[in-house]
Write a protein that binds this ligand. Structure first.
Ligand SMILES: NC(=O)c1ccc[n+]([C@@H]2O[C@H](COP(=O)([O-])OP(=O)(O)OC[C@H]3O[C@@H](n4cnc5c(N)ncnc54)[C@H](O)[C@@H]3O)[C@@H](O)[C@H]2O)c1
Length: 419
């Protein structure tokens, strides 16, 4: 692999996930120094990455972001260069600066998109149409029709388009997926995922307006359930319900339409047995209690014909108690920030890092001509083609809430549609 060309990468979005820097200063979540930037800087140190760029909307944010990255990454880990080319320049505000940044790239370069949900589709499409490989965060798109368009565009332009569903690379989740295959027909799935109310302050600009908590959090476990059921069952009907009143009240004062907690109830039909039907319940909340000792609560239950699986991702038998803070459950399996013996970054085995590195490796392999983009669909990766039902369920859930009705999911020829 070491003879593959280095990949030039544009990071799109300069917020919590990319840099750990949010509109209100350094993130107070479990991503204080971000994930994408840190991973890119480390992969550049390790020889996989060439040029790095970063594009946001407001160029005036870059001096503070650079200082934050230097203090918390450059000065903490050995041999870590945190430099990158910025778009737009200081003094400019431009929500379409991504176009200028992409126009300066070449086919075979790559973009990693962590921007508000409604921008994923136009930015991904713009990049794909210029021959750029795309890694887009979840939810890939908000509309099923947009997801289908990205599948077609990626095929047409012969680029890889992955959705950054990092839970695929969590050793517990991927082991559970394999074990679920031995449990016969699917019967029941129940997932809960939440974040503390304080995140509403970080995401106030778009929470409830640009996207909802189901798109934001349930996308994770809907995707895992779709992955487990890939060749076993298909979703046929979605009904959604929501709880309200906390996000819209003091002190959060979110948009009047903001839901606190959303549940999607989904019917699944077995592919191999006409008599076997399953039920899934996906619930997500961003009004969970503060000081729970975890950032995201996340657990799920799977029941098959011959057995069941329980996963509690938030509590893994590793907790730390500090006098002033109380008890905290950490998850170094996701991002390990403590340095190695030599003082270098040491988180290369975390699934937050692995998920991005798999994309970088795939893009380099395609550029070298040793793999085709479609090969990764066959490998079961969270490619844009393999994740279409995740978007179908999320989009159906949104329609169900807005129109107060059940929504059907159906295949029309090669294309999935909602009715
Ligand atoms: N933060 C997390 O823990 C996390 C985890 C997984 C996925 N995500 C996903 O990441 C996305 C949001 O990223 P975040 O968490 O860093 O949020 P954030 O609000 O901290 O940052 C969003 C960034 O996108 C930028 N942006 C907005 N419009 C843009 C445009 N037109 N062009 C370029 N940049 C633009 C903003 O300037 C900001 O820097 C969401 O889709 C979310 O689902 C976040």
């Amino acid at each position: 692999m070491s003879n593959l060309s280095k990949l030039n990468v544009l990071m799109c979005g300069t917020g919590e996930y990319t840099t750990g820097w949010t509109g209100s200063g350094a993130s107070k979540s479990d991503k204080k120094i971000g994930v994408v930037g840190l991973t890119m800087f480390d992969l550049r140190r390790l020889g996989k990455i060439g040029k790095l760029g970063m594009v946001g909307v407001n160029g005036d944010k870059f001096p503070a972001i650079r200082q934050h990255l230097q203090e918390n990454i450059g000065n903490v880990y050995k041999d870590m260069d945190t430099s990158f080319k910025e778009f737009p320049d200081v003094g400019k505000v431009d929500p379409e600066a991504y176009k200028e940044a992409i126009d300066q790239m070449f086919p075979g370069d790559a973009i990693i998109i962590f921007t508000p949900d409604s921008t994923h589709y136009p930015i991904s499409l713009y990049a794909i149409e210029r021959g750029i490989h795309v890694l887009v965060t979840k939810p890939a798109t908000q509309l099923l029709s947009h997801h289908s368009e990205l599948i077609a565009a990626a095929r047409k332009h012969n680029v890889i388009c992955f959705v950054e569903h990092h839970k695929h690379f969590d050793p517990v989740y991927s082991d559970a997926k394999a074990r679920a295959q031995t449990l016969g027909e699917f019967n029941f799935f129940n997932a809960w995922m939440s974040q503390p109310k304080s995140q509403l302050e970080t995401f106030r600009a778009w929470a409830g307006k640009d996207s909802d908590i189901s798109y934001y959090l349930s996308s994770h476990h809907i995707d895992i359930c779709c992955w487990i059921l890939q060749d076993k069952a298909i979703p046929t009907r979605v009904v959604a319900s929501a709880a309200t009143g906390i996000a819209t009240g003091e002190p959060y004062n979110c948009d009047p339409q903001t839901e606190d907690t959303i549940t999607l109830l989904v019917d699944w039909q077995s592919i191999n047995s006409p008599t076997h039907k399953g039920v899934a319940v996906y619930t997500a909340s961003w009004t969970a209690p503060l000081k729970a000792g975890i950032h995201s609560a996340q657990h799920w239950y799977y029941m098959g014909e011959k057995g069941d699986i329980n996963v509690d991702q938030a509590h893994r038998g590793y907790d730390i108690t500090v006098d002033e803070i109380g008890k905290t459950w950490y998850n170094p399996f996701y991002m390990k920030y403590s340095p190695s013996e030599s003082g270098h970054f040491d988180g290369q085995r975390g699934y937050g890092y692995i998920s991005i590195e798999k994309f970088i490796d795939a893009a380099r392999e395609v550029n070298a001509g040793i793999a085709k983009p479609s090969d990764y669909d066959g490998h079961g990766y969270p490619t844009i083609a393999n994740t279409v039902l995740t978007t179908a369920i999320l989009n159906a859930g949104r329609i169900s809430l807005d129109e107060k009705r059940a929504v059907s999911i159906r295949k029309n020829g090669d294309e999935w549609i909602l009715e």
